[in-house]
Design a protein around this ligand. Structure first.
Ligand SMILES: *Cc1c(COP(=O)(O)O)cnc(C)c1O
Length: 384
């Protein structure tokens, strides 16, 4: 047997499904030097405060409307603590959609809840507050967490109504929706806390990071306390907490990212526009999704059925086009959540395997866009 394996030949250059681009080192340097000078490295230092102020301004909020966190998951756990506290024996469930990233379920477990998996609506891909208003397990729910799927923003109004009707508090997992909510903060930012993620794979990033956002600044302050061991303004722990703080180093990345944000956003939007135009030419409209319908870092194609989905996945493989089912086939299919209490998950079962994540990046070239759409169109043709 030969020691070296033969080179792998590819019919096309690979188009990766996601290829984040963070600010280059030289743009971080001025911020890193400020850290050197201040010798403040974490614990809500000046760079974190500046980052929070700039995010707040984007969302038309006072600076106290944003609390940064070490991750979106930590932000979500802290937001749950502020509206619902930790789980109690009587209210031990956190109702979440089965169709989400595992982080949603991990965050609720961190603060003591058992995830209860509910189904999504087939067109919004979100929990439907109307359908949940008379849910049989309502009395056992400590909190409900609608998720912004692929960054598609969750409006506040129907959930405020749900809260008022049921008395069950709500937190929104809006991990990937920041780029979209800035267009209409009045619809998407309100008293219901919104947890966002600044992970490298999301639109606006600090590498790892997150934030709690709300017009209810008392709640934001309590989230900040939870993210700081339950302490605020003193060394006394006053509530359940964790170390969920953002460091000055992550804020430095975030500030450099904000300096280039207008350009990065435009780049995402122009790739999305290129995709949209190509999709229209190939009559894929209605099945193909990019920003502003969903979050900037995603492109999605919705297959008609499982047979088309299997065929499509193979076609993408063969053509060197990266793809992913970002939320797998639902949380119920993760070994760890196999026994989670749940409703019938018919829509999740139908949507999850057929909604395919496609390549998206700020520097996706027109040729790559054309290639992806051509592969989709060719594979979809026989299912028309
Ligand atoms: C990314 C993501 C999270 C987790 O955010 P992290 O910053 O990675 O902890 C939670 N929920 C959803 C829907 C996400 O997409």
């Amino acid at each position: 047997m030969s020691v070296s394996s033969p080179p792998v030949l590819q019919k096309h250059a690979d188009v990766p499904v996601m290829r984040p681009l963070m600010p280059p080192a030289e743009t971080l340097l001025p911020y890193l030097r400020r850290i050197d000078a201040s010798r403040v490295y974490t614990n809500h230092g000046p760079l974190v405060r500046e980052f929070e102020e700039r995010i707040a301004r984007m969302l038309a909020l006072p600076a106290s409307g944003v609390a940064t966190a070490s991750s979106g998951t930590a932000a979500l756990a802290a937001a749950i603590l502020t509206v619902a506290g930790r789980a109690t024996p009587a209210r031990s469930y956190a109702l979440i959609p089965a169709y989400t990233y595992v982080a949603t379920a991990m965050a609720v477990e961190q603060v003591g809840y058992q995830p209860y998996l509910a189904d999504i609506d087939s067109t919004s891909w979100m929990l439907d507050p109307m359908r949940l208003a008379d849910h049989p397990s309502l009395a056992q729910l400590g909190v409900v967490i609608p998720v912004a799927p692929f960054g598609r923003p969750v409006p506040q109004a129907p959930w405020l109504e749900f809260q008022a009707r049921t008395g069950v508090p709500v937190v929104i997992d809006g991990a990937a929706c920041l780029g979209e909510i800035v267009e209409r903060p009045a619809l998407y930012v309100g008293t219901i806390p919104l947890a966002i993620s600044f992970h490298a794979t999301k639109g606006l990033s600090t590498g790892e990071g997150g934030g709690v956002v709300s017009t209810d600044t008392d709640r934001v302050l309590r989230a900040m306390q939870s993210l700081n061991f339950g302490c605020y303004g003193s060394r006394e722990a006053q509530s359940m907490g964790m170390n969920g703080k953002m460091s000055e180093y992550h804020a430095a990345v975030g500030l450099a990212e904000l300096d280039g944000w207008a350009r990065k956003r435009l780049a995402f939007q122009s790739v999305a526009e290129g995709y949209r135009r190509a999709a229209a030419e190939h009559r894929l409209v209605g099945r193909f999704f990019v920003t502003p319908e969903i979050g900037m870092p995603y492109a999605l194609y919705r297959c008609r059925n499982l047979i088309e989905a299997e065929h499509m996945q193979q076609a993408l493989e063969d053509a060197g086009v990266g793809w992913r089912l970002w939320y797998g086939t639902g949380l119920q299919h993760h070994a760890y959540f196999a026994d989670a209490p749940r409703d019938q998950l018919d829509t999740t079962a139908q949507v999850a395997p057929t909604l395919i994540g496609l390549p998206m990046a700020v520097d996706l070239t027109p040729a790559q866009i054309a290639h992806v759409i051509a592969v989709l169109a060719e594979a979809a043709r026989r299912f028309e």
